[in-house]
Design a protein around this ligand. Sequence first.
Ligand code: FAD
Ligand code: 2HG
Ligand code: ZN
Length: 471
Amino acid sequence: MPEVSGAVREALGSVVGTAGIFTDPADLEPHLVDERGAFHGVSPVLLKPASTDEVAAAVRICAEAGVGIVPQGGRTGLCGGTVPVTPGGEVLVSLERLRRIRDLDAQGFTMTCEAGCVLRTLQEAAERAGRLFPLSLAAEGSCTIGGNLATNAGGINVLRYGMARNLTLGLEVILPDGSIWDDLGALRKDNRGYDLKQMFIGAEGTLGIITAATMELFPRPRDVDTAFLAVADPAAALQLFAVAREVAGDMIVAFELNDRQALDMVFRHMDGVRDPFPERHRWYVLLELTAGVDGHARAAGEQILAEALERGLVLDGVRAESLAQRTGLWRLRETVTEAQKHEGRSLKHDISVPVTEVPRFIAEATEAIRAHWPGYRVLAFGHVGDGNIHFNVFGPPGDDGEQLFAEGEAIEDVVFAIADRMRGSFSAEHGIGQLKRRALRQYAPAGSLAMMQALKRTLDPQGIMNPGKVV
Ligand code: FAD
Ligand code: 2HG
Ligand code: ZN
């Protein structure tokens, strides 16, 4: 990849204007490191284009010069996808100034928004229009819809509403040659050949830059029931999940597992949190139900709790009686990632397995870590209703990450092999970025990587779109 020359920089500057180009190292610094401080890169220039046309013109210049392009949204990604890998040869393109909601059609339940819109602002805009935009994750105050689509983000409401790709009706994408592919639209049915927008969703900026999207909206629930329940183990959590589904069916929006060690980290490092129970328990479930009819979610929540207590599946439980209590219960789950950062360095494994395998996966993977690396700590929590477990490993006491990272690949191999045996995935929702490329080569289904590489070569023959990521 050639270096970004002075002439290229000048041409880019003439496209985005002085407000849209940055070359001062102090301005670039925060854009050259990932959320977790694990990856650092080098780049001579950061662009902040203000429109789709400006993004397209900038990509055309980079394509002609053969230099790399790294799209950036809120930079909350957990796999190093926004960090350049070729010193001097990649232009950073932040979408943060593309933050217009172009259209919100409350009657049609759709919203067309630009890639740099922060997820929370979209949720709030939908709310103001009396609608729900259900994509929700702990980084929602900083992550952007462009980044959510590029990583096919999951989060806490996947059970009911699906992942980012399931909420997407249309996309506008700048292709690697700088042309604009406009597939925006609010069609729920469209079988004109391949569903091409899905190629760009989850591609982490390796096939093009998403500049806008049409997203699906939903009715706002009128009744919400949130419960925090102590359970003996993940097997009991799964039995509880089955009871909850029998009683509440599609009313379930979230079924999250939390382990005590994760909770202890939250209590150690976060403000405004408290244990809802007088006694310590080993495992917890956060269950949320919503309904369009007043009282239905609460009634279902009561029945689930009654049946679960009677069958001995729940050891203790609280149900939120107010919005403040609901927020407090969610804080116990949503601050786990932040709390882990304060605790020290860790290895993240974002596993999914068939839902019924969750207890066996947690037991086997935990045992394997204990056996091979005594003294290392394991956290297992996450979106267990989707079969998605965040299985994170901390090093031995006193380790600053050095020992843990030296063992990183060996630990990954042990954990991923267990998931693989269960026909699981080593990346349920966080993607590949730079971090999981080795795993993709090893654990992608046979033939998948070759197809991905063929697609990449076809759309991006020069390999300029987010080099060194995914494939
Ligand atoms: P970035 O981090 O800026 O970018 C991510 C990738 O997408 C990069 O490869 C980048 O090059 C590419 N990209 C960004 N914008 C574009 C664009 N417009 N066009 C093309 N490519 C682009 N993820 C989940 O799935 N579920 C969770 O529950 C979850 N919880 C999280 C909680 C915390 C506290 C944190 C820090 C992260 C969490 N994440 C979660 C990961 C992260 O928030 C998501 O991956 C999010 O979707 C990334 O959005 P972003 O705007 O920050 O993207
Ligand atoms: C979550 O579910 C995120 O909170 C991050 O996906 C998980 O910290 C993690 O490993
Ligand atoms: Zn998650």
